[in-house]
Design a protein around this ligand. Sequence first.
Ligand SMILES: Nc1nc2c(ncn2[C@@H]2O[C@H](COP(=O)(O)OP(=O)(O)O)[C@@H](O)[C@H]2O)c(=O)[nH]1
Ligand SMILES: [Mg+2]
Ligand SMILES: [Zn+2]
Length: 258
Amino acid sequence: MKITVLDNILQANDAIAAEIAAKLAAHRVFAINLMSSPGAGKTTLLERTLERLEPKGVRVGVIEGDIETSRDAERLEGFNVPVVQINTGTACHLDANMINGALANLDCSAIDLLFIENVGNLVCPSAFDLGETFKVALLSTTEGEDKPVKYPEMFRRAEYVVLNKIDLLPHIDFDVDRAIADGEESGFVDIESTPYLAGVGCEVCHGPGKTHVADPKPGNIIRKPPETTCRRCHTPARDDNFSYEDDIKKIACPPDDN
Ligand SMILES: Nc1nc2c(ncn2[C@@H]2O[C@H](COP(=O)(O)OP(=O)(O)O)[C@@H](O)[C@H]2O)c(=O)[nH]1
Ligand SMILES: [Mg+2]
Ligand SMILES: [Zn+2]
């Protein structure tokens, strides 16, 4: 019964989101729904972005979503952009109905780009379409590299993910490659995105899993990567059952070759 109710809420939301999308398209407004956990740096990113867009003459509008206060809207006061603050009260996400209300206070014919700063929360904001052009999820290094894998919907539904606070990388234990790779089927993505994982794990035997499944040529297969290679991914924290001697047999290709 509960599931039916939730479906209805999301359906009603999607209908309003579709109207918003049509309205924005009619005014040629590009809209970005900015989502992250609290404090990941959404407002800071907006500040830095507005600094850069203002001299270029891009006409920007902002909708700020917060449970309480208009502090984020106040931070943008120095910029010559219209800002509408939504206070959600107890709601932990923005929905399309709230955006509809905010748009009544924003002249869509006077803007080219609309930023919507969602409520800081890695869970439900991703479920509520707002009629945006793109969803952008921010992940900051101080949150830990496991957040994409623990909150998969947020990072799966976002068209773009921005990794923020990279200036802090030298001071904290955050593995950029793993943050990116955890969202992928096979870990290794490509040499630019995940250089650390190149030649690690199953990739060492046959390249990225997806590629191998599509074209399982036996050429270029390394039969037995050294244990140190495997242990770069199969750390005690990630895989406490890992046994090099047993597990190496499972990835042999063909299987009886090891
Ligand atoms: N070191 C560092 N701090 C940042 C960065 N971006 C934001 N912050 C800080 O993180 C805190 C939260 O930022 P804020 O923009 O309010 O996050 P929001 O809650 O997602 O809007 C503030 O103290 C910012 O100064 C960054 O790239 N590096
Ligand atoms: Mg903010
Ligand atoms: Zn919520």
